[in-house]
Design a protein around this ligand. Structure first.
Ligand code: PGA
Length: 251
């Protein structure tokens, strides 16, 4: 079974106290070996939440971003090396909000992926099309290009067990979820593109998460699709009961 993942993306929300309460409420989920919960938390909380999940083998933390340079005079930025030094497990790379508001292009994302891997951090690489592309029905080409430009230089070894999040931009924070069929179609397409480049074994090892208005009421159905290996969840990951139900919806 591929890893099935419920990843929370808290974005720029929650105080420290709220974040510890939320984590406490979610620490005792009954998880199978292949099911993971990842908390994508603001930088200042990484160490606190890491301590909270200590000894819980299916729980991990993620940073929501990192800089693409190794180190240096980049005031306010955080490097992969810094994240590694506080035992971060995963890093969300290429979220559409970062692509849009912080002008992150594919070259920068390629460098971010590389520097994460050099530091043994696991990228959660986000891709997904805006509404105009969906309306023009060219979403497959769009997502394929995003993957090829930022990931397909990786070796088979580097790409094995990789985590990709498909997040249609029109579904993020809008309450408009892709149907489970739309999610499955894209996830199957992504896996096909990976098969062509890296072969069946690698494609079968990769977890492809769906993101975009995942909630307690739709998670189980979406996650039930053959090529959907869990979700990257924003708004609904801020509410303990909601996220708990989402975790329980994992295959
Ligand atoms: P949402 O965000 O669940 O609030 O739509 C998902 C994401 O941006 O990762």
């Amino acid at each position: 079974m591929r890893k099935q993942i419920a990843a929370a993306n808290w974005k720029m929300n929650l105080t420290l106290q709220q974040s510890t309460e939320l984590t406490d409420a979610l620490l005792n989920e009954d998880l199978k070996d292949y099911q993971l919960v990842i908390f994508g938390v603001p930088f200042p909380y990484l160490q606190t939440i890491k301590k909270k999940i200590a000894g819980k083998r299916n729980y991990f933390i993620a940073a929501q971003n990192c800089h693409f340079k190794k180190s240096g005079a980049y005031t306010g930025e955080v490097s992969a090396e810094i994240l590694k030094s506080v035992q971060v497990d995963y890093v969300i790379i290429g979220h559409s909000e970062r692509r849009e508001y912080f002008n992150e292009d594919h070259q920068m994302l390629t460098e971010k992926v590389n520097i994460c891997l050099q530091n043994n951090l696991k990228p959660i690489f986000c891709c997904g099309e805006p509404l105009s592309i969906r309306e023009a029905q060219t979403q497959n080409e769009h997502v394929e290009k995003q993957l090829k430009e930022s990931l397909f230089h990786l070796t088979t070894e580097q790409f094995k067990d990789f985590v990709i999040a498909y997040e249609p931009v029109w579904a993020i924070g809008t309450g408009k979820t892709a149907t489970s069929q739309q999610a499955q179609e894209m996830h199957a397409y992504i896996r096909k593109v990976i098969v062509e480049k890296y072969g069946d074994d690698v494609a079968e090892s990769i977890s492809i998460l769906y993101g975009g208005s995942v909630k307690a009421t739709n998670a189980k159905e979406i996650f039930g699709e053959k090529d959907v290996d869990g979700g990257l969840v924003g708004g609904a990951s801020l509410i303990a009961d909601e996220f708990s139900t989402i975790i329980k919806g994992l295959k």
